[in-house]
Design a binder for this molecule. Sequence first.
Ligand SMILES: OC[C@H]1O[C@@](CO)(OC[C@@]2(O[C@H]3O[C@H](CO)[C@@H](O)[C@H](O)[C@H]3O)O[C@H](CO)[C@@H](O)[C@@H]2O)[C@@H](O)[C@@H]1O
Length: 589
Amino acid sequence: MFHHRHGCGWPFLLLLLLLFPFDESSLLRGQAAAADSHRVVLYPQSTRVSSIVSSKYRTAFHFQPPKNWINDPNGPLYYKGLYHLFYQYNPGSVVPGNKTWAHSVSADLVNWLRLESALDRTEPYDAKGCWSGSVTVLADGRPAILYTGADDVKNQAQCIAFPSNSSDPYLREWTKPSSNPVIRPDGPGLTPNQFRDPTTGWTGPDGQWRIAVGAELDGYSAALLYKSEDFVSWSRVDHPLYSSNSSTMWECPDFFAALPGNTSGLDLSAAIPNRAKHVLKMSLDSCDKYMVGVYDLEADKFVPDNVVDDRRLWLRIDYGNYYASKSFFDAKKGRRIIWGWANESDSSSDDAAKGWAGIQALPRTIWLDSDGSQLLQWPVEEVESLRRNETNHQGIELKKGDMFEIKGTDTLQADVEIEFEPGTMDEADAFDPSWLLNTEKHCREADASAPGGLGPFGLVVLASDDMEEHTAVHFRVYKSKHKHMILMCSDLRRSSLRSGLYTPAYGGFFEFDLEKEKKISLRTLIDRSAVESFGGGGRVCIMARVYPVALVDDRGAHMYAFNNGTTAVMVSQLKAWSMKRAQVNVKKG
Ligand SMILES: OC[C@H]1O[C@@](CO)(OC[C@@]2(O[C@H]3O[C@H](CO)[C@@H](O)[C@H](O)[C@H]3O)O[C@H](CO)[C@@H](O)[C@@H]2O)[C@@H](O)[C@@H]1O
């Protein structure tokens, strides 16, 4: 029998059991299947599914403007006591196009004040859009924007802008000098409409500035390297910072240094300790991938520690809906922070009806693990200021089929931290490396309801009373040669009764010394249409967008810790908080 702990729905479940007997070993699938039979009778979709046009899907603490289309975060920086976030914004519409640099500021990375646009399409060289780029603080303390201007035939060139008044901490007004564009799409191997998204600058041993620009080079991907004395006149270095024939154009490259095992960040323009590694991030295939390596100062090249030919195996910043990320060194707290964009997962006609599309994922502190092999991420600590009414449990044993309902928390706006401790690791199934090639496929097959030796166990969020709608974030433990391989999935397939949504089962693997660590942690932040999860202390991150009908209908939602694996797991610690609404772009300054 399954063990439903502290559950709300006993009478209902009992009724379901009587009416629709199901395989006891697969509670989630069983409930959904039973509910499926109900759906026709109780919830004919035409009358049941209320409109997606609801302010209830707008996020309470993820960054979004009041309306219209947004994409990439651009040029984040900390300047004179304020955090600045610029982002790609179409001021006139909810579809991509006519991009400008919208601009917001914050004292705490949580509450944001909307300012006037920083860059608009005013010149022939940016007539089709002021596209993505970065901010660099120059030696005299002045920030400079480098962005991509797309002209009327969408050829791309890199352009510069300076604050009209750099003593203004709000950096409200920006000026484009007559020297623009400062880097044209010229030179051997370049494709003029595949040349964009300049990185933040750094200085080399010769004191000269360097930047990388995403490009297609001879049909392949490259982070092209440019050098300058004064940040205004640039020349192309005869070799790229790094290039690869495993893919085509890389968008939004990001290049930074990090010390293994140290959560403090490094400022790329300052002296970089010898022990430091470098990270090159690139956006392609609708996701953000990265390589860890060293920056060979003599050759002026990035050299990855491992060259992996098959790009499906490249490490990922996030295994969900997350793209075009950009990091910056936060001089206030000495950390590196990364921002990334999460698109809507509905149709563009839904977006048009809603009048808004796109959010930014939470700002995350990002650092390298102790052996320098992968990045770890965690929401910036400031997010915790929104936590209210803590719920705390320890020592909950979850046997196969158990669900433990987390009560007393606003399940639509919540922050949950759980530690799972398997009783034994003996039953873990064997790992097959071929799963790494398609983790989403593996998450579809390794469903939350399909029992394994050790797992699935995890969290079910935004679950309707009858489980007809729910999103499962869960782990499965596999034995591999040396350590364990942990699969983390965020399965959206039953997240909504609506049709026409993109509802994959996202997934990523991480290697973990479970014998030593004993516990696997999960942190999930639920913010209405956003479910952002961090597994294994930030080893795998999954950003997801969901649109449960129950949320709009005010039917509430449930949240459960569950285990459907053969081996019992102990929830050694469970903490949940309701999250207060932040002031995000509600006011214009
Ligand atoms: O806003 C331009 C910047 O955005 C980037 C990366 O997101 O380029 C995206 C790109 O278009 C694709 O992405 C759009 C969303 O950003 C999508 O809606 C569109 O359908 C896609 O083609 O933007 C340009 C212009 O559309 C196109 O060449 C890119 O692929 C970044 O590279 C740009 O600076």
